[in-house]
Design a binder for this molecule. Structure first.
Ligand SMILES: *Cc1c(COP(=O)(O)O)cnc(C)c1O
Length: 522
């Protein structure tokens, strides 16, 4: 494990960095104070334990019958200091937003203010149980209710379903509202139209809800082809799922016209609002004719995400769809009491057409408190500035890179919160993945790659409003140098990263055939 030849470490330094990092392989495989780490199963032995457990009384009657374990449990044992060091070493191999710049386009990796964390950890929010009587959790329900109010206000919509637990879950909730509204009027429409540039979750959601998905092409400006969309509308189209700003980082100025055309043809407009951080405080989707839109609290309003969660994807709904929104939801009555409206009480609140529910309980309390804290600490003027700064930072990157990297839509005007590049002009044999791996050597988490699909070798860069000009300037210097190496055909890029704990991994194999259980080689 610790043999230097297995560590992926190579003494060859990329051009320009000689003497800085280079050096002979080490005996241990450790690189200065970055220590190699074996699996816990390889360092622990079943004989070691960090706790003192009483002997098991074997004379007690066996109540487990055939379920009783005969063999050793096979868990690794470590002393407490060994355990602490193992996990601390692993954590040092992780890259996170608190460590450096994270330019992942579409993912919106921004700083999570410590104030949010402090509020989310208050016992009245962190320690409540979802089955507690509602009169003992009025404060927590009040937070949900107030956040719901601000989401409706910021989007100019009619209602909101708070419970969906991620963006994709919110999409499903919105599409199920649309399906319920169509069923209520006896309309069996079966097609959902999705632009080519859409996030993969959009067609997946529509298909999961039982719809046939059809593509709408993009025009040469990277926007939805309005005429192609209008030509396809008809009595079989249930909805159009559209992202605004779209995943090319461009605002769709025709959305109002699209909505009017879809409504005239009897369909609904679903808007993927994951990119709401680019327009929050500036544009209200309700004014653009949107019927349903999920908001990724974990993108627009900070709150930590990545690595699979936790997220939160409330869905704002138009007047036409609100009656079909799921249970439960919060409602404040004139006496100031906040109710959690469930099946038994739905009719008292006039909500009799709910399509069902999305979750067992009410949603992600920790994300609600963080998002509301973010909103209240920024205020209305601050939220408007969030979107302005996010857009300014992305345009700064776009204009600082367009002379070295192909920027396919730079001609169509300013971008929104993310800048899109392609691999046109790279030397033969080098592609986007090589540039991304080169960025790792320079100390940067790579940008989003090969998405959206409409651009060859796409690189989607999203700085967010969090980053300072100094941070962005440093990134641009690194990004430009790696881009120039990709164009010049620098062979060293093909084997980058050279300084990461591991070099190139077979990511496809790792995703398709993950080895999730330790197999003792003996
Ligand atoms: C992130 C994202 C989603 C999905 O959100 P999750 O919370 O990851 O499920 C959908 N659409 C777009 C455009 C996104 O950026």
């Amino acid at each position: 494990m610790n043999a230097p030849n297995k560590s992926g470490w190579k003494p060859t330094a990329p051009a320009g960095s000689e003497g800085k990092f280079g050096g002979p392989p080490t005996t241990t495989g450790n690189k200065a104070l970055m220590l190699e780490e074996k699996l816990i199963f390889e360092i622990g032995t079943p004989d070691t334990t960090g706790v003192d457990l009483p002997e098991v009384d074997d004379s007690a009657p066996n109540k487990l019958g055939g379920m009783r374990r005969d063999a050793e449990i096979g868990l690794p044992g470590l002393s407490e200091p060994e355990t602490v060091r193992h996990y601390t070493r692993l954590s040092r191999q992780n890259y996170g937003i608190d460590l450096g710049f994270f330019p992942l386009g579409s993912c919106t990796m921004k700083h999570n203010p410590r104030l949010n964390e402090k509020v989310a950890r208050m016992p009245g929010f962190a320690d409540v149980h979802p089955l507690q009587p509602v009169d003992t959790v009025q404060g927590a329900l009040g937070v949900i209710n107030e956040l719901a109010h601000w989401l409706i206000t910021l989007t100019g919509m009619h209602g909101v379903a708070m419970s969906p637990k991620a963006g994709a879950h919110g999409e499903l909730c919105g599409i199920l509202c649309i399906r319920a509204a169509l069923e209520a009027r006896g309309d069996a429409r079966k097609v959902v139209l999705v632009p080519e540039s859409a996030h993969g979750t959009n067609p997946a959601t529509a298909a999961f809800a039982g719809y046939a998905v059809e593509d709408i092409p993009a025009n040469s400006d990277g926007r939805v082809d309005l005429e192609a969309l209008k030509a396809r509308l008809g009595p079989d189209v249930a909805a159009v799922m559209i992202t605004n700003p779209n995943t090319c980082g461009l605002f769709e100025p025709d959305l109002r016209e699209i909505s009017d055309a879809v409504h005239a043809a009897g369909g609904f407009v679903y808007c993927d609002g994951a990119n709401f951080n680019a327009i929050v405080g500036r544009v209200r989707p309700g004014d653009l004719g949107v019927d349903a839109m999920h908001i990724n609290l974990h993108k627009t309003f900070s709150t930590p995400h990545g690595g699979g969660g936790p997220g939160s994807g409330p869905v704002v709904l138009s007047e036409a769809l609100s009656p079909f929104g799921p249970l439960p939801f919060t409602a404040r009555t004139d006496d100031g009491v906040i109710h959690l409206v469930e099946e038994e009480t739905a009719s008292e609140f006039g909500h009799t057409k709910a399509f069902g529910r999305m979750t067992a309980f009410h949603g992600q309390m920790g994300m609600y408190t963080r998002a509301l804290t973010y909103m209240l600490s920024h205020g209305a003027d601050g939220l408007k500035q969030v979107s302005e700064d996010a857009v300014l930072n992305a345009n700064y990157i776009l204009r600082s890179m367009e002379d070295v990297l192909h920027a396919p839509y730079a001609h169509s005007g300013p971008c929104m919160h993310e800048a899109l590049f392609g691999d046109k002009g790279f030397a033969e044999g080098l592609s986007t993945i090589d540039l991304a791996k080169g960025l790792i050597d320079e100390g940067y988490h790579p940008m989003t790659m090969y998405f959206p699909l409409v651009v060859h070798g796409a690189m989607l860069v999203e700085p967010t409003e969090t980053e300072s000009k100094a941070t962005i300037d440093q990134f641009i210097t690194a990004f430009r140098s790696v881009a120039e190496r990709a164009k010049a055909g620098d062979e060293l890029l093909k084997t980058a990263p050279h300084y990461a704990p591991r070099s190139r991994l077979d990511e496809t194999l790792a995703a398709r055939k993950p080895v999730l259980a330790y197999v003792d080689p003996e």
